[in-house]
Design a protein. Structure first.
Length: 276
């Protein structure tokens, strides 16, 4: 079976970057981390079991305490039943609740760090920040990528699609080449606007000089700087042997920024009467 990154078609971006859903891989791995946490909490069982049980049944489930299971193994079975039956957002609720229950902050912090690693590897749109699960990928960012993917210009669309595929490959994410594809998508549309072969820097300068497609000079400068960044010593565009120190956040930032700029250029070009 082909890996995700090898397929031609791509899922809706909000399913790739899990923002309104949770696939089995993410849910299973969070359960494994939760089970490890509960099985290894110092002094459980037996001494902290009643206190933890009371907090789960009273503060989270909001059920009568006398309906709770009478053993730790039954408690975990009930938690498991709930965990795999509840909505995706309730999984996040429960993980956050548990991470703040035990009085040992260092133990809780370790659990949150493990969860954050899973969130990242499984492309969740959320992270633990300051003890709370916080959305790090917004609906607006997702919308910009999805809009760019719909643009009926083959080279632009293919670069954006490939960038997303490289970013979202769970087994072997390729952040360097994802960034390369993102900036190449902007370079492609700029070359179409000026109707000639050119680097992104040259194409933006040509657009600015022509003044037909009106781009604020600071915005043009920002993307010329981003292009310079991708050509810098880290070797993003040139595949140097020393892998640059890049992460999901770097690649996501470039994909969202380049998608937004492409969508902006499409509108500006249309207003200027340029058919792309």
């Amino acid at each position: 079976m082909k890996l995700f990154s090898q397929r031609r078609d791509i899922k809706p971006v909000k399913n790739v970057i899990q923002i309104e859903s949770m696939d089995n891989d993410l849910r299973n791995r969070l359960w494994n981390s939760l089970l490890e946490y509960l099985n290894n909490v110092p002094d459980i069982p037996p001494s902290l079991t009643p206190a933890l049980l009371k907090k789960i049944w009273d503060e989270y489930y909001k059920q009568p305490i006398d309906t709770a299971p009478d053993s730790w193994s039954k408690i975990k079975n009930e938690i498991r039943r709930y965990f795999f039956a509840c909505q995706y957002f309730e999984v996040y609720d429960f993980i956050e609740f548990i991470a703040n229950v035990y009085p040992d902050l260092s133990y809780n912090q370790r659990f949150m760090e493990i969860c954050n690693s899973i969130f990242k590897e499984e492309l969740s749109a959320f992270r633990f920040v300051g003890g709370k699960i916080t959305q790090i990928t917004s609906e607006e960012e997702i919308a910009e990528i999805e809009e760019a993917l719909k643009i009926p210009i083959s080279p632009v669309q293919q670069h954006i699609k490939r960038s997303l595929e490289l970013l979202s490959n769970k087994k072997e994410p390729d952040y360097r080449n994802s960034i390369k594809e993102s900036i190449s998508s902007v370079e492609s549309i700029c070359k179409l606007i000026v109707n000639k072969e050119a680097t992104l820097t040259d194409a933006i300068e040509t657009i600015e000089k022509g003044k037909k497609v009106k781009i604020h000079r600071f915005l043009g400068r920002a993307f010329k700087e981003l292009y310079s960044y991708t050509n810098a010593a880290e070797g993003i565009r040139h595949g140097l042997s020393n892998e640059p120190n890049l992460d999901f956040e770097d690649a996501k930032f470039m994909l969202v920024s380049c998608s937004a700029f492409i969508n902006y250029l499409m509108v500006k070009s249309s207003k200027a009467g340029i058919k792309l």
